[in-house]
Design a binder for this molecule. Structure first.
Ligand code: ADP
Length: 310
């Protein structure tokens, strides 16, 4: 049985915004399932309904087979979650916060202390144990929130953008913790912009836009969508006169482009000429990344056709 079942879910806000549009998905026990999509795609709206914090306009959501639209408290008890919103308790210290939440989730004092120490150590938050939230950086607050989401040994975690604002070194620690959850069989629903980093810990992902799922599958299956493309990354100088028309810019990475295999000869000739004329100081042509699937699906002018085909 799926641990999370979302069936024909529609959410229309009072102001008329259609944030989730007849959306269905299932997350199996032990899966790490990622939701990816541009700002405003409807990811947080979906997450808030799964957590029982927001009522759907129509459709069904089951967690462990329990109808959480009818019983929203079940979802909040069963799921360890990291919301987008920040904490109200600004004066509390990072260590106290994690320990306090562990106790609230039912761990006894010894276990809560052990688990807090373990997590602070694993996320390299030890130096910030005594730091009050109000004087911690955005990234440290985010990591503290992550620690509170995972401290209670929930079997199912819902994490909304856990890596936002987190520095690169601690971001790697966070991904390692997620990889460990996967090995341990914890189910995770993860909202992330960072597919390249997420790739090694996710089992499946869905690309959402305008409240609908455009694509869903394993990283390997979705990679096959971009096998006819190549990726070009360039470092330009002030002399740069603009990219070859066959190059589709990657909106997420300045200086990165996608192009069709069939344009390789033309693009190579252009790169060579631009390099010789001093417009490019560096360039690299390689296979597409997982992020390029996102570019192709959401950033492509043919996107309307993808949506319309459903
Ligand atoms: P994402 O998490 O993918 O960025 P959201 O779920 O936050 O997307 O938002 C989806 C859409 O719903 C957006 O158009 C957003 O402006 C709108 N929206 C979000 N919250 C509300 C709200 N409380 N009232 C009205 N519209 C909202």
């Amino acid at each position: 049985m799926a641990i999370l079942l979302v069936d024909e879910l529609t959410k229309r806000y009072r102001n008329g915004t259609l944030a989730n549009d007849n959306l269905s998905l299932a997350v199996e026990p032990g899966e790490v399932y990622a939701l990816l999509g541009p700002n405003g795609a409807g990811k947080t709206t979906l997450v808030r309904q799964v957590l029982g914090l927001l009522k759907p306009t129509s459709g069904r959501i089951h967690v462990d087979g329990v109808d959480v639209v009818a019983d929203p408290k079940y979802a909040r008890r069963a799921i360890g979650f990291l919301p987008q919103a920040q904490f109200a308790m600004e004066a509390i210290q990072v260590g106290e916060l994690v320990y306090g939440i562990a106790r609230l989730r039912g761990l006894d004092a010894g276990e809560a202390r052990r688990r807090t120490d373990e997590l602070l150590d694993e996320l390299d938050l030890g130096p910030f144990r005594g730091t009050q939230l109000r004087s911690a950086s955005g990234g440290i607050r985010r990591l503290a929130a992550f620690a509170t989401a995972v401290v209670g040994h929930a079997r199912f975690l819902v994490l909304d953008e856990p890596t936002n604002d987190v520095d690169p070194v601690r971001r790697q620690l966070l991904w390692s913790r997620l990889a460990a959850f996967r090995r341990e069989g914890t189910t995770v629903l993860l909202v992330t912009h960072n597919l390249a980093e997420a790739e090694r810990v996710i089992d499946r992902f869905a690309i959402i836009d305008h409240g609908r799922i455009l694509r869903e599958g394993t990283p390997a299956a979705l990679r096959s969508l971009v096998t006819d493309r190549l990726r070009l990354e360039v470092t330009t100088t002030e002399a740069f006169g603009g990219a070859h028309p066959a190059l589709q810019p990657d909106p997420a990475t300045p200086g990165a482009y996608l192009f069709d295999h069939s344009d390789l000869a033309a693009v190579s000739a252009w790169v060579q000429a631009a390099h010789e004329s001093g417009e490019l100081v560096d360039f690299r042509i390689g296979p597409p990344t997982l992020d390029d699937i996102y570019t192709v699906t959401v950033g492509d002018p043919r996107r309307e056709a993808v949506g319309a085909a459903k």
